[in-house]
Design a protein around this ligand. Structure first.
Ligand SMILES: C[S@@+](CC[C@H](N)C(=O)[O-])C[C@H]1O[C@@H](n2cnc3c(N)ncnc32)[C@H](O)[C@@H]1O
Length: 199
């Protein structure tokens, strides 16, 4: 994907990153953020520029190479080439104030998503925030593909199974040990933005 499309996910921070800004500001500068599926790091840089300590992970080598090449990272920003769950498993329990993921969870099968969420919960300190963005089932791409299992589409633009979320499937993610703080439907992009808290 990155080799085919130079400049993919580069430039200005995502709308999701700008949505989470006010929600995490009260944690104060120096709060520890783990970003999963960071791509070339547009959101990680934005959060680091706001003073947070950011560790950003992606399993695509070209994305992490771009993240490291774009500009020298400040001392409060590190990038890691790693699969998300493997990266989580290497972290101590309660070692982050925030875990965030923009457009990552749609690609994971049920079992993998459940295991990943359990790890997210473990690395968050009590009271820590889990913020994520996922595609909504109102996305027009669902019209040209087929729902092969509840919430999972295949065909059309999707060579592999792909998730689109209804409000009730978002609740399933929250029930993996979190409490809902806020939910926003981003109409133009047909994305859900969610802020959950680890009790
Ligand atoms: C849609 S892109 C979004 C990139 C970035 N969050 C942004 O908005 O700029 C999803 C990213 O997740 C990464 N990814 C997918 N599955 C992953 C996994 N299991 N572990 C780590 N990264 C993963 C992909 O390489 C890709 O960079």
């Amino acid at each position: 994907m990155y080799r085919r499309t130079p400049g993919l996910f580069e430039g200005r921070p995502s709308r999701f990153a700008r949505w989470i800004g006010p929600r995490i500001r009260k944690l104060g500068p120096g709060a520890r953020i783990l970003e999963l599926g960071c791509g070339p790091g547009r959101d990680a840089r934005y959060l680091a520029d706001a003073g947070f300590r950011v560790h950003a992970v992606d399993h695509a080598a070209p994305a992490i190479a771009r993240a490291r090449a774009i500009a020298p990272a400040p001392s409060n920003l590190t990038f890691e080439l790693a699969e998300a769950r493997a990266a989580l498993e290497r972290r101590r329990s309660g070692s982050f104030d925030v875990v965030c993921a923009h457009a990552l969870y749609m690609m994971l099968p049920d079992r993998e998503l459940a295991r990943l969420l359990a790890e997210v919960r473990r690395v968050l300190r009590p009271g820590g925030l889990h913020l994520f963005a996922v595609r909504a089932s109102t996305d027009p791409r669902t019209l040209v593909s087929r729902e092969v299992a509840p919430g999972v589409w295949r065909g059309g633009p999707h060579r592999t199974p792909f998730r689109y979320f209804r409000a009730r499937t978002l609740d399933t993610l929250t029930r993996a040990g979190f409490v809902r703080v806020a939910r926003h439907y981003e109409r133009g992009a047909r994305l859900w933005f969610v802020c959950d808290r680890r009790p």
